[in-house]
Design a protein around this ligand. Structure first.
Ligand SMILES: [Zn+2]
Length: 90
C-alpha cells in the first residue's frame, strides 16, 4: 500500500514552526507541552485530509478553495493557541 499523509498535519506543523520561531506573544508559553497541545487541539478540531504520498507539488498550488482551507486552519490554530495560553497544562 502507498503511504498516506494527513496534509493538515503538515500545514499545522508549519504554523507551529512559525509560532515558535517568532515567539511574538510574551505572555505565551512555548514549551514542548504547550506546543504539542496546540498541535493536537488544532488537529482534533479539523477534519483530517489524507493524501497519498509522495506529495505532489500541484497540491500546494494556490487556488480559492485552498486559500479558504488555509484560512480555516489558521483560525482553528489561533483558537487552540488562545486556549493553551489561557490554561496551560502545567
Ligand atoms: Zn508551557
Amino acid at each position: 500500500m502507498i503511504e498516506v499523509t494527513n496534509i493538515n498535519e503538515l500545514l499545522v506543523a508549519d504554523l507551529i514552526d512559525e509560532l515558535t520561531s517568532a515567539k511574538k506573544d510574551k505572555k505565551m508559553c512555548y514549551c514542548d507541552v504547550c506546543v504539542t497541545d496546540i498541535m493536537t487541539i488544532t488537529l482534533n478540531n479539523l477534519k483530517p485530509r489524507y493524501v497519498a504520498s509522495p506529495l505532489t507539488e500541484t497540491f500546494f498550488k494556490p487556488s480559492a478553495t485552498k486559500k479558504e482551507q488555509a484560512n480555516l486552519i489558521r483560525a482553528v490554530f489561533e483558537n487552540a493557541v488562545q486556549k493553551v495560553k489561557k490554561s496551560p497544562r502545567h
